[in-house]
Ligand binder design. Structure first.
Ligand code: GLN
Length: 490
């Protein structure tokens, strides 16, 4: 049986019925990883023995009659900025190359509780800064649909691994689009939930006011199941919210009749590739045919979102990354003269170019004399954005936009021009600034055969609406069932 073509929930169902054991599923995944890893480099660490032992443990719990939920025994993988006890967690950086955290992230603990089997840690842009997964100290990730192209970023390993059938779901982090944009480039479904719904305890921080973890999987239903298992208040994360959890999967009815969906014209203007525009507008028609009301609307804040995001993200990054200095964590430079020299050498040698660029930019916008002009102004604009979305959600249940202006670019094309790479984050970053939930769902292919994604955006805590509409869309379309060549025929 081709287990890797199943969705996470389908595999979970087979495990529940005893048709497939967690150990068999884990063996199948490890086999797929050994085939695909040399091509796409999606993993930084794989855990063959530990994963098989974990699968055996889940098997015993199931035989013992424990009800672990719909994902019990389903193998998965975590982005390498999510702490896992005793397992290397590198953030794809030289500076954390040998860091093995002494604790698990709350999310990792919760997935273990739900019978998840951890296959390994996924490659990414260094410290989650980037849109292509090329800045990793462990080498670039490649797009399984076309190995000469990027998988998107920063959770490129997560999206590539799911697309190539190496795991049934993965967890990424999204500070400005890092779950949704790679999901779009790799033809899988990825969801950033509302800020605060999933505990960030154990997520190595990039920009704390924007960071959020969430699932990458084949379907919206799989994403719902993962969120059901991971959402909720955590006393170890003061920003986590006491939200109702466990209801999302059960709430997927496929019914979108009467739902009002806005198409912000400001997201369909200049700079958007024609094939992407056509595919996203066609997605709107599918939802319309199921009974949703779709109409154009305006979202005039779009022109401010990229500068606002990059000022806030860089400012918070420069502060968060000051803890990596060669003293407490990870790697330390050799041959230093005094403490300042130790800091200098460790950080000079330990961080890559993009991370240094963000630290410099962040330090600049926070410095005396520029703080008011840049950082404070950006926070004010962030408030304006939140109000603009509140107004939009007074009229609409959801908004529908592209995820990215183009499909996946070629490897090596983006890093030489960081500004245009930053600009390509335009459709994803506003959700992080406003704390809103959004999903990226496959909605077509371009003339090169590359996947295209559409983004559904909901009001804060509107996960049920976002997932409901994405699920309805997937009932009527087959884009999410496609796998890259070599993915479905082995
Ligand atoms: N591309 C954006 C950045 O580089 C988003 C990254 C992310 O969401 N982690 O900041």
């Amino acid at each position: 049986m081709k287990l890797h073509t199943l969705t996470a929930l389908q595999l979970g169902e087979k495990i529940k019925k005893g048709e497939v054991s967690p150990v068999e599923a884990t063996r199948a995944a490890l086999e797929r990883i050994s085939q695909a890893q040399p091509d796409n480099n999606a993993f930084i660490t794989t855990l063959a023995d530990a994963a098989l032992a974990e699968a055996e443990g889940v098997q015993k719990r199931l035989i013992g009659g424990e009800d672990l939920g719909p994902l019990a025994g389903v193998p998965m993988a975590l982005k390498d900025n999510i702490c896992t006890r005793g397992i290397k967690t590198t953030c794809a950086s030289k500076i954390l190359g040998d860091f093995a955290p002494p604790y698990d992230a709350t999310l990792a603990e919760k997935l273990k509780g739900a019978g998840g089997v951890l296959l390994g840690k996924l490659n990414m842009d260094e410290f989650a800064m980037g849109s292509t997964s090329e800045t990793s100290w462990y080498g670039a990730v490649k797009n399984p649909w076309d190995l000469t192209r990027v998988p998107g970023g920063s959770s490129g390993g997560a999206a590539a691994a799911v697309a190539a059938g190496e795991c049934w779901y993965a967890i990424g982090s999204d500070t400005g689009g890092s779950i949704r944009q790679p999901a779009s480039y790799c033809g899988v479904t990825g969801m950033k939930p509302t800020y605060g719904t999933v505990s960030r305890y154990g997520l190595i921080a990039y920009a704390s006011s924007l960071d959020q973890m969430g699932p990458v999987a084949r379907t919206a239903a799989d994403c719902a199941a993962v969120l059901d298992a991971t959402m909720g208040k955590d006393r170890r994360d003061g920003t986590s919210l006491a939200v109702k959890s466990g209801h999302l999967l059960g709430g997927l009815t496929g019914d979108v009749r009467g739902m009002k969906i806005g198409l912000p014209v400001d997201c369909f203007g200049d700079g958007l590739d024609g094939e992407v525009r056509a595919a996203v507008l066609a997605a709107a028609e599918v939802l319309k045919a199921r009974g949703a009301q779709v109409e154009e609307c305006s979202l005039s804040i779009m022109k401010y979102v990229v500068p606002t995001y990059y000022i806030i993200a860089a400012a918070e990054a420069s502060s968060n990354l000051s803890r990596f200095d060669g003293v407490k964590y990870g790697w330390r430079a050799q041959g230093y003269e005094d403490l300042t020299d130790l800091y200098n050498k460790t950080r000079t040698e330990g961080f890559g170019a993009e991370v240094k660029r963000r630290i410099l930019l962040g330090t600049f916008v926070l410095s005396t004399g520029y703080y008011d002009a840049y950082y404070k102004k950006a926070l004010q604009v962030k408030g304006v954005m939140k109000r603009a979305y509140d107004a939009a959600f007074g009229r609409y249940d959801l908004l529908l936009t592209p995820v990215a202006p183009t499909t996946a670019p070629k490897l090596g094309e983006s890093l030489s021009d960081p500004l245009s790479m930053y600009l390509s984050d335009i459709y994803t970053v506003p959700l992080n600034l406003a704390g809103l939930p959004g999903i990226s769902m496959p909605c077509g292919f371009d003339s090169h055969g590359l996947p295209i994604g559409a983004q559904l955006i909901g009001p804060a805590l509107g996960e049920d609406k976002v997932l409901g509409a994405a699920h309805a869309f997937q009932l009527d379309t087959e884009f999410h069932t496609q796998m890259p060549r070599g993915g479905d025929d082995q």
